[in-house]
Design a protein around this ligand. Sequence first.
Ligand code: ACO
Length: 321
Amino acid sequence: MIYARIAGTGSFLPGEPVSNDDLVARGIDTSDEWIVERTGIRTRHLAASDVTSSDLACEASRRAIAAAGLQPEDIDLVIVATSTPDCIFPSTATLLQAKLGMRNGAAAFDVQAVCTGFVYGLTIAEKFIRSGSHKRALVVGAEVFSRILDWSDRGTCVLFGDGAGAVVLEASDVPGILATALHADGSHHPILCVPGAVASGQVIGDPFLRMDGQAVFKFAVKVLGEVAHEVLADARVESETVDWLIPHQANIRIIQATAKRLGVPMDKVIATVDRHGNTSAASIPLALDLAVRDGRIRTGQRIIVEGVGGGFTWGAALLQF
Ligand code: ACO
Protein backbone atom coordinates (compact mmCIF):
# COMPACT_ATOMS: atom_id res chain seq x y z
CA MET A 1 0.00 0.00 0.00
CA ILE A 2 1.29 3.49 -0.88
CA TYR A 3 0.54 6.27 1.61
CA ALA A 4 1.35 9.99 1.52
CA ARG A 5 3.09 11.78 4.41
CA ILE A 6 4.42 15.26 5.02
CA ALA A 7 8.21 15.24 4.75
CA GLY A 8 8.89 18.96 5.26
CA THR A 9 7.19 22.29 5.89
CA GLY A 10 8.12 25.90 5.18
CA SER A 11 6.61 29.37 5.24
CA PHE A 12 7.36 32.98 4.44
CA LEU A 13 5.88 36.32 5.51
CA PRO A 14 6.77 39.55 3.68
CA GLY A 15 8.15 42.59 5.49
CA GLU A 16 7.55 43.73 9.04
CA PRO A 17 4.30 43.16 10.97
CA VAL A 18 1.71 45.90 10.40
CA SER A 19 -0.25 46.60 13.61
CA ASN A 20 -3.85 47.71 13.94
CA ASP A 21 -2.56 51.09 15.09
CA ASP A 22 -0.43 51.26 11.92
CA LEU A 23 -3.67 50.88 9.92
CA VAL A 24 -5.24 53.72 11.91
CA ALA A 25 -2.12 55.83 11.17
CA ARG A 26 -2.63 55.06 7.47
CA GLY A 27 -6.07 56.68 7.68
CA ILE A 28 -8.38 53.66 8.13
CA ASP A 29 -11.41 54.51 10.29
CA THR A 30 -10.94 51.71 12.84
CA SER A 31 -9.30 50.97 16.19
CA ASP A 32 -7.09 48.31 17.75
CA GLU A 33 -9.83 47.66 20.29
CA TRP A 34 -12.53 46.97 17.65
CA ILE A 35 -10.31 44.68 15.57
CA VAL A 36 -8.96 42.68 18.52
CA GLU A 37 -12.37 42.28 20.15
CA ARG A 38 -14.18 41.14 16.96
CA THR A 39 -11.41 39.13 15.28
CA GLY A 40 -8.38 38.56 17.54
CA ILE A 41 -6.13 40.09 14.87
CA ARG A 42 -3.27 42.29 16.17
CA THR A 43 -0.85 42.34 13.22
CA ARG A 44 -0.61 41.17 9.61
CA HIS A 45 2.11 41.27 6.93
CA LEU A 46 1.57 43.23 3.71
CA ALA A 47 3.75 42.58 0.66
CA ALA A 48 5.47 45.43 -1.18
CA SER A 49 3.78 46.32 -4.47
CA ASP A 50 6.37 44.48 -6.59
CA VAL A 51 6.15 41.21 -4.61
CA THR A 52 3.91 38.50 -6.09
CA SER A 53 2.36 35.28 -4.81
CA SER A 54 5.01 33.24 -6.65
CA ASP A 55 7.77 35.22 -4.85
CA LEU A 56 6.26 34.35 -1.46
CA ALA A 57 5.62 30.77 -2.60
CA CYS A 58 9.25 30.43 -3.71
CA GLU A 59 10.66 31.35 -0.28
CA ALA A 60 8.21 29.07 1.56
CA SER A 61 8.91 26.22 -0.91
CA ARG A 62 12.70 26.48 -0.57
CA ARG A 63 12.29 26.10 3.20
CA ALA A 64 9.89 23.13 2.89
CA ILE A 65 12.13 21.37 0.37
CA ALA A 66 15.20 21.94 2.58
CA ALA A 67 13.30 20.67 5.64
CA ALA A 68 12.50 17.49 3.69
CA GLY A 69 16.22 17.10 2.87
CA LEU A 70 15.49 17.33 -0.87
CA GLN A 71 16.37 19.42 -3.92
CA PRO A 72 13.73 21.14 -6.10
CA GLU A 73 14.36 18.64 -8.93
CA ASP A 74 13.28 15.79 -6.62
CA ILE A 75 9.69 17.15 -6.78
CA ASP A 76 7.45 15.71 -9.52
CA LEU A 77 4.21 17.59 -8.79
CA VAL A 78 3.72 21.28 -7.93
CA ILE A 79 0.31 22.53 -6.75
CA VAL A 80 -0.23 26.15 -5.75
CA ALA A 81 -3.46 27.19 -4.04
CA THR A 82 -4.07 30.90 -4.57
CA SER A 83 -6.83 33.41 -5.28
CA THR A 84 -4.25 36.10 -6.02
CA PRO A 85 -2.24 34.62 -8.90
CA ASP A 86 0.63 36.60 -10.45
CA CYS A 87 -1.31 36.90 -13.73
CA ILE A 88 -4.27 35.38 -15.60
CA PHE A 89 -1.93 32.77 -17.07
CA PRO A 90 0.42 30.95 -16.87
CA SER A 91 -0.36 29.44 -13.49
CA THR A 92 1.47 30.62 -10.38
CA ALA A 93 2.62 27.00 -10.01
CA THR A 94 4.57 27.13 -13.28
CA LEU A 95 6.06 30.52 -12.35
CA LEU A 96 7.09 29.02 -9.00
CA GLN A 97 8.60 26.04 -10.82
CA ALA A 98 10.73 28.42 -12.90
CA LYS A 99 11.82 30.41 -9.83
CA LEU A 100 12.85 27.18 -8.09
CA GLY A 101 14.96 26.29 -11.15
CA MET A 102 13.05 23.05 -11.76
CA ARG A 103 13.70 21.73 -15.28
CA ASN A 104 12.59 18.14 -14.68
CA GLY A 105 9.17 18.39 -16.37
CA ALA A 106 7.20 18.05 -13.13
CA ALA A 107 3.45 18.63 -13.49
CA ALA A 108 2.40 22.06 -12.15
CA PHE A 109 -0.99 23.69 -11.77
CA ASP A 110 -3.00 26.05 -9.56
CA VAL A 111 -6.02 25.24 -7.41
CA GLN A 112 -8.70 27.88 -6.82
CA ALA A 113 -10.75 27.13 -3.73
CA VAL A 114 -10.05 30.44 -1.91
CA CYS A 115 -9.37 29.84 1.81
CA THR A 116 -9.90 26.06 1.42
CA GLY A 117 -7.31 25.98 -1.39
CA PHE A 118 -4.51 24.38 0.63
CA VAL A 119 -6.76 21.56 1.86
CA TYR A 120 -7.93 21.00 -1.74
CA GLY A 121 -4.30 20.98 -2.96
CA LEU A 122 -3.16 18.60 -0.24
CA THR A 123 -6.04 16.22 -1.01
CA ILE A 124 -5.33 16.26 -4.75
CA ALA A 125 -1.61 15.64 -4.14
CA GLU A 126 -2.41 12.76 -1.79
CA LYS A 127 -4.49 11.10 -4.50
CA PHE A 128 -1.72 11.49 -7.11
CA ILE A 129 0.79 9.93 -4.70
CA ARG A 130 -1.46 7.10 -3.57
CA SER A 131 -2.19 6.21 -7.21
CA GLY A 132 1.55 5.62 -7.71
CA SER A 133 1.78 8.16 -10.55
CA HIS A 134 3.84 10.71 -8.54
CA LYS A 135 6.30 10.41 -5.65
CA ARG A 136 6.92 13.87 -4.22
CA ALA A 137 4.51 16.80 -4.33
CA LEU A 138 5.09 20.41 -3.35
CA VAL A 139 1.78 21.84 -2.10
CA VAL A 140 1.76 25.59 -1.49
CA GLY A 141 -0.76 28.17 -0.31
CA ALA A 142 0.37 31.66 -1.34
CA GLU A 143 -1.51 34.95 -1.30
CA VAL A 144 -1.15 38.68 -1.72
CA PHE A 145 -4.70 39.39 -0.55
CA SER A 146 -3.76 43.02 0.12
CA ARG A 147 -4.08 43.53 -3.69
CA ILE A 148 -7.79 42.68 -3.77
CA LEU A 149 -8.82 44.66 -0.68
CA ASP A 150 -10.84 47.86 -0.87
CA TRP A 151 -8.87 49.95 1.63
CA SER A 152 -11.88 52.25 2.03
CA ASP A 153 -14.00 49.33 3.32
CA ARG A 154 -13.05 49.01 6.99
CA GLY A 155 -15.31 45.96 7.35
CA THR A 156 -12.93 43.86 5.23
CA CYS A 157 -9.52 45.54 4.82
CA VAL A 158 -8.49 45.02 8.45
CA LEU A 159 -9.03 41.25 8.28
CA PHE A 160 -6.49 40.01 5.74
CA GLY A 161 -2.74 39.64 5.26
CA ASP A 162 -0.16 38.29 2.81
CA GLY A 163 2.07 35.23 3.11
CA ALA A 164 2.83 31.70 1.96
CA GLY A 165 3.16 28.22 3.43
CA ALA A 166 4.33 25.00 1.79
CA VAL A 167 4.63 21.30 2.45
CA VAL A 168 6.43 18.47 0.68
CA LEU A 169 4.19 15.41 0.55
CA GLU A 170 5.93 12.15 -0.33
CA ALA A 171 5.13 8.49 -0.90
CA SER A 172 5.56 6.39 2.23
CA ASP A 173 5.06 2.85 3.53
CA VAL A 174 3.43 4.23 6.67
CA PRO A 175 0.20 6.26 6.78
CA GLY A 176 0.54 10.05 6.82
CA ILE A 177 -2.77 11.39 5.56
CA LEU A 178 -5.44 9.26 7.24
CA ALA A 179 -8.61 10.79 5.79
CA THR A 180 -9.72 13.74 3.69
CA ALA A 181 -13.03 15.39 2.81
CA LEU A 182 -13.76 18.17 0.31
CA HIS A 183 -17.04 20.01 -0.26
CA ALA A 184 -18.50 23.00 -2.07
CA ASP A 185 -21.87 24.71 -2.44
CA GLY A 186 -21.78 27.37 -5.14
CA SER A 187 -25.19 28.74 -4.19
CA HIS A 188 -23.47 30.68 -1.39
CA HIS A 189 -21.07 32.51 -3.72
CA PRO A 190 -22.48 36.04 -3.14
CA ILE A 191 -21.58 36.15 0.60
CA LEU A 192 -17.83 36.22 -0.11
CA CYS A 193 -16.46 37.06 -3.55
CA VAL A 194 -14.37 39.28 -5.78
CA PRO A 195 -16.98 39.61 -8.52
CA GLY A 196 -14.94 41.52 -11.14
CA ALA A 197 -12.99 40.27 -14.16
CA VAL A 198 -10.60 41.57 -16.80
CA ALA A 199 -11.89 41.62 -20.37
CA SER A 200 -11.05 43.59 -23.51
CA GLY A 201 -8.27 45.39 -21.66
CA GLN A 202 -10.54 46.64 -18.87
CA VAL A 203 -11.65 45.66 -15.39
CA ILE A 204 -15.27 44.57 -15.73
CA GLY A 205 -17.27 44.85 -12.52
CA ASP A 206 -15.95 45.18 -8.96
CA PRO A 207 -12.32 44.03 -8.50
CA PHE A 208 -12.41 44.09 -4.68
CA LEU A 209 -13.27 41.52 -2.02
CA ARG A 210 -16.88 41.81 -0.82
CA MET A 211 -18.26 39.95 2.17
CA ASP A 212 -21.35 39.52 4.29
CA GLY A 213 -19.36 39.03 7.50
CA GLN A 214 -22.13 37.64 9.68
CA ALA A 215 -23.33 35.15 7.05
CA VAL A 216 -19.73 33.98 6.54
CA PHE A 217 -19.24 33.62 10.29
CA LYS A 218 -22.29 31.36 10.75
CA PHE A 219 -21.52 29.25 7.68
CA ALA A 220 -17.85 28.80 8.68
CA VAL A 221 -18.60 27.59 12.21
CA LYS A 222 -21.20 25.10 10.96
CA VAL A 223 -19.14 23.46 8.20
CA LEU A 224 -15.81 23.47 10.09
CA GLY A 225 -17.47 21.44 12.84
CA GLU A 226 -19.14 19.06 10.39
CA VAL A 227 -16.15 18.39 8.18
CA ALA A 228 -13.81 17.69 11.11
CA HIS A 229 -16.30 15.10 12.40
CA GLU A 230 -16.44 13.63 8.90
CA VAL A 231 -12.69 12.90 8.66
CA LEU A 232 -12.59 11.57 12.22
CA ALA A 233 -15.45 9.17 11.47
CA ASP A 234 -13.88 8.14 8.17
CA ALA A 235 -10.59 7.24 9.90
CA ARG A 236 -12.40 5.81 12.97
CA VAL A 237 -10.44 8.17 15.22
CA GLU A 238 -11.84 9.75 18.42
CA SER A 239 -11.45 13.53 18.70
CA GLU A 240 -9.78 13.08 22.13
CA THR A 241 -6.84 11.36 20.42
CA VAL A 242 -6.16 14.33 18.12
CA ASP A 243 -3.06 16.24 19.21
CA TRP A 244 -3.59 19.44 17.22
CA LEU A 245 -6.39 21.24 15.40
CA ILE A 246 -5.30 23.71 12.71
CA PRO A 247 -8.37 25.50 11.40
CA HIS A 248 -8.30 28.17 8.72
CA GLN A 249 -7.19 31.38 10.42
CA ALA A 250 -9.97 33.88 9.69
CA ASN A 251 -11.15 35.01 13.11
CA ILE A 252 -10.33 33.81 16.65
CA ARG A 253 -14.05 33.66 17.47
CA ILE A 254 -14.67 31.25 14.55
CA ILE A 255 -11.68 29.17 15.73
CA GLN A 256 -12.93 29.10 19.34
CA ALA A 257 -16.48 28.17 18.31
CA THR A 258 -15.16 25.37 16.07
CA ALA A 259 -12.92 23.96 18.81
CA LYS A 260 -15.86 24.03 21.24
CA ARG A 261 -18.11 22.14 18.81
CA LEU A 262 -15.41 19.48 18.45
CA GLY A 263 -14.70 19.29 22.18
CA VAL A 264 -11.05 20.22 21.53
CA PRO A 265 -9.50 22.49 24.22
CA MET A 266 -7.89 25.70 22.95
CA ASP A 267 -4.45 24.56 24.14
CA LYS A 268 -4.62 21.94 21.35
CA VAL A 269 -5.44 24.54 18.70
CA ILE A 270 -2.76 26.24 16.62
CA ALA A 271 -3.82 29.88 16.21
CA THR A 272 -1.80 32.43 14.25
CA VAL A 273 -4.60 34.78 13.26
CA ASP A 274 -3.43 37.26 15.91
CA ARG A 275 -0.09 37.68 14.12
CA HIS A 276 -0.92 36.91 10.46
CA GLY A 277 -4.55 37.98 9.99
CA ASN A 278 -6.42 35.94 7.38
CA THR A 279 -3.96 34.87 4.67
CA SER A 280 -6.57 32.75 2.85
CA ALA A 281 -4.98 29.66 1.24
CA ALA A 282 -1.69 30.35 3.04
CA SER A 283 -3.14 30.36 6.54
CA ILE A 284 -3.11 26.61 7.28
CA PRO A 285 0.40 25.79 5.99
CA LEU A 286 1.73 28.96 7.67
CA ALA A 287 0.28 27.84 11.02
CA LEU A 288 1.47 24.27 10.48
CA ASP A 289 5.05 25.35 9.74
CA LEU A 290 5.15 27.72 12.71
CA ALA A 291 4.10 24.95 15.11
CA VAL A 292 6.51 22.42 13.55
CA ARG A 293 9.44 24.85 13.86
CA ASP A 294 8.62 25.91 17.44
CA GLY A 295 8.51 22.24 18.47
CA ARG A 296 4.82 21.91 19.34
CA ILE A 297 4.07 19.54 16.44
CA ARG A 298 6.17 16.37 16.58
CA THR A 299 6.53 13.21 14.52
CA GLY A 300 3.70 10.73 15.07
CA GLN A 301 1.14 13.26 16.31
CA ARG A 302 -2.37 13.43 14.89
CA ILE A 303 -3.47 16.73 13.36
CA ILE A 304 -6.69 17.96 11.77
CA VAL A 305 -6.26 20.72 9.20
CA GLU A 306 -9.49 22.27 7.97
CA GLY A 307 -10.54 25.18 5.84
CA VAL A 308 -13.56 27.12 4.63
CA GLY A 309 -13.70 29.85 2.05
CA GLY A 310 -15.36 31.59 -0.85
CA GLY A 311 -17.39 29.50 -3.23
CA PHE A 312 -18.40 28.36 -0.68
CA THR A 313 -15.82 25.61 -0.29
CA TRP A 314 -14.79 23.63 2.77
CA GLY A 315 -12.67 20.60 3.58
CA ALA A 316 -10.47 18.81 6.10
CA ALA A 317 -7.60 16.36 6.33
CA LEU A 318 -6.64 14.16 9.28
CA LEU A 319 -2.86 13.67 9.35
CA GLN A 320 -0.43 11.48 11.21
CA PHE A 321 2.59 13.79 11.17
N1 ACO B 1 -13.48 49.19 12.75
C1 ACO B 1 -14.44 49.80 13.47
N2 ACO B 1 -15.76 49.60 13.25
C2 ACO B 1 -16.09 48.76 12.26
C3 ACO B 1 -15.13 48.11 11.46
C4 ACO B 1 -13.79 48.36 11.74
N3 ACO B 1 -12.78 47.75 11.05
N4 ACO B 1 -15.77 47.33 10.55
C5 ACO B 1 -17.08 47.49 10.77
N5 ACO B 1 -17.29 48.35 11.79
C6 ACO B 1 -18.54 48.80 12.36
C7 ACO B 1 -19.69 48.75 11.38
O1 ACO B 1 -19.72 49.91 10.57
C8 ACO B 1 -20.86 48.66 12.31
O2 ACO B 1 -21.14 49.96 12.79
P1 ACO B 1 -22.69 50.43 13.05
O3 ACO B 1 -23.21 49.50 14.09
O4 ACO B 1 -22.51 51.84 13.50
O5 ACO B 1 -23.35 50.27 11.73
C9 ACO B 1 -20.36 47.83 13.47
O6 ACO B 1 -18.92 47.91 13.41
C10 ACO B 1 -20.79 46.40 13.41
O7 ACO B 1 -20.52 45.88 12.11
P2 ACO B 1 -20.78 44.37 11.77
O8 ACO B 1 -20.35 44.11 10.37
O9 ACO B 1 -22.19 44.02 12.15
O10 ACO B 1 -19.77 43.67 12.78
P3 ACO B 1 -19.67 42.17 13.20
O11 ACO B 1 -19.87 42.05 14.64
O12 ACO B 1 -20.44 41.27 12.30
O13 ACO B 1 -18.13 41.89 12.92
C11 ACO B 1 -16.73 40.82 11.33
C12 ACO B 1 -17.65 41.99 11.60
C13 ACO B 1 -15.52 40.91 12.23
C14 ACO B 1 -16.29 40.89 9.89
C15 ACO B 1 -17.49 39.52 11.62
O14 ACO B 1 -18.73 39.49 10.97
C16 ACO B 1 -16.70 38.33 11.18
O15 ACO B 1 -15.66 38.04 11.69
N6 ACO B 1 -17.20 37.57 10.20
C17 ACO B 1 -16.47 36.47 9.64
C18 ACO B 1 -15.90 36.93 8.40
C19 ACO B 1 -14.51 36.43 8.14
O16 ACO B 1 -13.78 36.02 9.00
N7 ACO B 1 -14.17 36.51 6.90
C20 ACO B 1 -12.90 36.13 6.46
C21 ACO B 1 -13.01 35.66 5.10
S1 ACO B 1 -13.96 34.24 5.02
C22 ACO B 1 -13.04 33.04 5.36
O17 ACO B 1 -11.86 33.16 5.43
C23 ACO B 1 -13.77 31.81 5.58
